[in-house]
Design a protein around this ligand. Structure first.
Ligand code: GSH
Length: 237
């Protein structure tokens, strides 16, 4: 018999998520920041429940079921929904320039950091490995340059977060990828130099990694490392 229903929190929010998935961590951090009560359904990505296609036919996490039964997917859509639905949490500024700058920064981050982390992990030979590490370092340096510009905004207040001393929307949606730099260190011995060019990024990363909002959701390092093993290319000896 085929499954016709699935577990959810009647009249409330249900988040379908996996602790090692960086996109799921973004959704969890958005819900936490807005202090929304929700029921968590952990989805084992290696062995998805038979009902999960009823929640998300794409079979991806995260997915958020809202109290009226609407299911939202895509971490950035979920984060923006949370910000819009709960304006009292002030996750997104009502100032159009601030919102535009935030989008520009996130666009840059998604172009410069996120894909190169996975390229480093998936490189299959020394040349590819070195090129992808160099591209990641260049991206990190450029994100740092942009952070310095953003810190000079009035609400940037000198950092170390995008909004001064306040953990905010930028960190909600980027911090899991910053946290995933432990994977490139573990699997490919990639580290960021302690040099002037990298100082802004290192400062931001340090603030993120010490923030309770980050630590509360961060998976255990060993668990994360083992969950990502399947994405790491084997380098022939
Ligand atoms: N663009 C999506 C990406 C979500 C995604 O790729 N999630 C992964 C886990 S990190 C997934 O569910 N993959 C399906 C699978 O592993 O079978 C988002 O931002 O939510």
């Amino acid at each position: 018999m085929s499954t016709t229903t699935y577990p959810y929190n009647e009249g409330g929010y249900t988040l379908y998520s996996n602790p090692c998935c960086p996109f799921s961590q973004c959704a969890v951090r958005a819900l936490n920041a807005a202090k929304i009560p929700y029921v968590l359904e952990t989805i084992d990505l290696e062995n998805k429940p038979t009902w999960y296609h009823l929640v998300n036919p794409q079979l991806k996490v995260p997915a958020l079921r809202t109290p009226d039964g609407t299911v939202l997917t895509e971490s950035l859509v979920i984060a923006e929904f949370v910000a819009d639905k709960f304006p009292e949490a002030h996750l997104l500024s009502s100032d159009a320039i601030e919102r535009a700058q935030l989008r520009l920064f996130l666009g840059l981050f998604n172009k410069l950091l996120f894909p190169d982390i996975y390229r480093v992990l998936q490189s299959t030979n020394e040349e590819e490995g070195n090129n992808s590490k160099q591209a990641l370092l260049d991206g990190i340096k450029n994100i740092g340059k942009e952070l310095e510009i953003q810190w000079s905004r009035r609400s940037g207040r000198g950092g170390p977060f995008w909004n001064g001393d306040k953990w905010g929307y930028v960190e909600i949606v980027t911090s899991s990828f910053v946290g995933n730099l432990i994977l490139t260190k573990h699997y490919r011995d990639f580290s960021i130099p302690d040099a002037k060019d990298f100082a802004p990024f290192n400062r931001w990363r340090k603030a993120i990694e010490a923030a309770p909002e980050f630590l509360k959701v961060k998976p255990d390092d060993k668990l994360l490392i083992s969950a990502f093993k399947k994405f790491v290319a084997v380098v022939p000896k």
